[in-house]
Design a protein around this ligand. Structure first.
Ligand code: NYM
Ligand code: MG
Length: 210
């Protein structure tokens, strides 16, 4: 009898801007696909190409204004549009790597002062990550990596607020800290070590709370 196929894993990269999470999420997917073609997919949130993501993109580029509550729900809805895709891939044994997830959603909205319980509720039911890799970058190193972008929310004040909130969302049962101050190759190796240690035997779950 053939061995039962192992499920894929859901890995989320979270952290502040310029912590290197997008670069490393891309590197992990590339290296997994080099080892076995089609074994991993990358999903950035917001997905700026989806109908909802296009509106979010316009907001971030300051082309349109949006009510903050609506915006929060749009970020959540953008993730739920990928709910089925994530679950199908995991069931097929394909790893899904996300560049940001609901923790960015909650952290940015709490940083803006939206009501906590309300903010934390709209992503309940999403696929639960097997691991959240929190990219911990020191302010000094982040500053060396270049200035802020021109998008909305990319300000020092907002980054400080998000930096204060993000660690409060931490759940040690599945969050892992990545020292993001290192050079690209060192961080890549650290990420890969964490990847290799993930447990594919335990059943895939949905988020019951955030
Ligand atoms: N952002 C991202 C939110 O405010 N809420 C969310 O749910 C998510 C996923 O959008 N400033 C913010 C964080 C970033 C911006 O930037 C998306 P990028 O560079 O595409 O990751
Ligand atoms: Mg960014």
């Amino acid at each position: 009898m053939a061995a039962a196929q192992k499920r894929g894993v859901l890995i989320v990269f979270e952290g502040l801007d310029r912590s290197g999470k997008s670069t490393q999420a891309k590197r992990l997917v590339e290296s997994l696909n080099k080892r076995a073609e089609g074994s991993a997919v990358l999903q950035a949130f917001p997905d700026r190409s989806s109908p909802i993501g296009k509106l979010i993109d316009q907001y971030l580029k300051k082309e349109i204004d949006l009510d903050e509550h609506s915006l929060h729900l749009m970020f959540s809805a953008d993730r739920f549009l990928k709910n089925q895709m994530i679950r199908e891939n995991i069931a097929k044994g394909i790893d899904v790597i996300c560049d940001r997830y609901c923790y960015s959603g909650v952290a940015y909205s709490l940083a803006k002062g939206l009501p906590e319980q309300w903010v934390r509720s709209s992503d309940v039911g999403l696929p639960k990550p097997d691991a959240v890799l929190f990219f911990d970058v020191s302010p000094a190193v982040a500053a060396q990596r270049g200035g802020f972008g021109a998008e909305r929310l990319e300000t020092a004040t907002m980054q400080q607020k998000v930096a204060a909130v993000m660690p409060t969302l931490r759940d040690d049962s599945f969050w892992k800290t990545v020292n993001a101050d290192g050079d690209l190759d060192t961080v890549e190796k650290d990420v890969f070590r964490l990847y290799e240690n993930l447990n594919r035997e335990k059943p895939f779950e949905s988020l019951e709370k955030i």
